[in-house]
Design a protein around this ligand. Sequence first.
Ligand code: GLN
Ligand code: ZN
Length: 758
Amino acid sequence: MLTTHLLGFPRIGVDRDLKKGVEAYWKGQSSEEALLALGKELRQRHWNLQRDQGIDLIPVGDFSYYDQILDATAMLGAVPERFDWDGDMVGLATYFKMPRGYNGVKAMEMTKWFNTNYHYLVPEFAPGQTFTLSSTKVLDELAEAKAAGLTPKVVLPGPLTYIHIGKETEPGFDRWTHLDAILTVYEEVVQRLAGECDWVQLDEPILVLDLPEAVRERFAPAYERLKKAAGDARVMVASYFGALRENEDVAAKLPVDALHVDLLADPDALDTLAPKLPASMALSVGVVNGRNIWRVKADASVRLVERAVDALGAERVLVAPTCSLLHVPLDLDRETALDPEVRSWMAFAKQKCAEVRLIADAASGQDVTAAMTENETAHQSRANSPAAHNEAVCARVAGVTDDQLRRATPHAQRKQKQQASLNLPLLPTTTIGSFPQTADIRRTRRQFKKGELGQAEYTAAMQAFIKDAVDRQHELDLDVLVHGEPERNDMVEYFGELLDGFCFTSNGWVQSYGSRCVKPPVIYGDVSRPNPMTVDWITYAQSLTDKPMKGMLTGPVTILCWSFVRDDQPRGETCRQIALGIHDEVQDLEKAGVPIIQIDEAALREGLPLRRGDWDTYLEWATDAFRLTTSGVRDETQIHTHMCYSEFNEILLWIARMDADVISIEASRSNMDLLQAFRDYEYPNDIGPGVYDIHSPRVPSEEEVKRLLSLAQEVIAPERLWVNPDCGLKTRDWPETLDALRHMVAAAKDARAAVAAG
Ligand code: GLN
Ligand code: ZN
């Protein structure tokens, strides 16, 4: 029988129990003991579930009250100095200070975990920093699992990944100088764990990145030390989120007992990898996708495992999902409201455990015919279902011509016509789309959703919110107005609900960071737009003003990136379908007389593949999708886009290729640092670098905005410069928003006058 295991499991609980528990503790509504008891209960519940679904080695250490990288920071005693830690064991109070900040002390930075939508706390490395074992959490949890009679495998972030994904606190300092000290703590931990369990898994997902040679060279010696510390216990190094490619030799030469690889990322990797593995090394094959919510193709995965067994022998093969199941919701059985047919194509974490068992059993020659047939039937149903397939959409996608991927005339020409009809002042002021989502607004949406409010009442209430936003913008004397987005709970979910091919789970929560969870829409079929989605709201808003109203849409790449995407066709294909739907909306807005249309692509950058060599392919279809949404509009119609980050340099040429007439971007938090990119490359169209940070309630002064505007003018000619905040204002309150925008408009007017005066 082949051994099954998981790399990790979701920890929030089926009802987001952990989120609720942690937040109650933060608010002082529950005690530390209560939170610790909840953690214990969740661990037990999830361990038992995994065991009951047929998982042999149960991961321990993957549970976290906030983030597993933060747990490693606590374990290593790597608490940054500003948190005034006494150097004793890191308790919950200190632990939560790091991601949340306290008394004005800045929280640790958070960033995306590889190419997932999970965010980890970025480790900080300072000169002179010391490391000592400062949390026994993983040891305690191991004892707990053993007491529960389970067969545990301890899971920890690998030391090299931990250092690689961190950052130095001072320029010029090399964080790798701490490697030896960090390894010393790891040796101690591994040694203590090894006395208590048979398996220690160290996650080194950086093995799927383009790695500098200096980092690759550190693997063998580091693992030499850890293997020695492990004594009789077996050490597994786990790679995931992609293929090893040129790091294959580094991985195969590790002096450890097992290597985990994502075989779905590169099924042929077995051919080159297997012969390289020493006889002492086992291979854990990731053959169930840990990132999507679809059922495994059982027969294909069984064949992969069989190939591994043929090459290595059954005793050297373990079967697992490709990565931790942290990235999928917990239990599909709870989704009773889903269309049963669509549900039959899906698998969440619990179901994926059973899939791993099924594949292992089938590959060990057990009779699992009934389950294999059932899996095949579900795939047949999915392949042939009219719910998932729309011939008209496929034909339309196939028929897209090059002309549909560009606007008819170059920007310079369009700009003249737009100026003639819009008649905007120099340095026009605008906002990014949303205005404060007051309790009133949220309550109205909720009541409508629950059926407590009829359509007519809802429309009237929303129109009142829109009118309020428009009135306030008049008062502020902004130049280009927006309707304020009161009808949208979320910039992707709103459109997903109105597009065909999407469905929504009732409980499909996935941890995004800390206690924050998201419930991504599911794209299960060909996407199309049956009816206009925003036209009524925008035209109502336009009817209230003589100033230009900006229609607001979410772009195809962002909708794609923030959804669970189908796995039966390339992402680029699905993206193009969404783009055609948005294209239709753009056309309808234009027909309705909306002069300016903004298509947000907040996720364009985060969709970048992990390997640089794969970037261009992605960027080409991603920017093509945007171009498809805007082709066919009149020269007079001004297209805007928005991106909420400032690390642009590497993809600026591609952003220019999107050919939006105006782009608004985040810039104030970095003090306009991003402008360097525009210094190096003359961006051809108009730009609105954000002049105030919307992430905090702090109101920028007029002077501050003026200073940022003059920095911007050093690089961007006033004829091409727009004035706007960094991002949407939905998380802010009205009073601070009004003050900030008042200062912004005053600063713009001032700068305008200065330009006029020469
Ligand atoms: N138009 C959206 C808003 O203003 C954009 C949000 C975003 O870029 N994240 O809220
Ligand atoms: Zn934004």
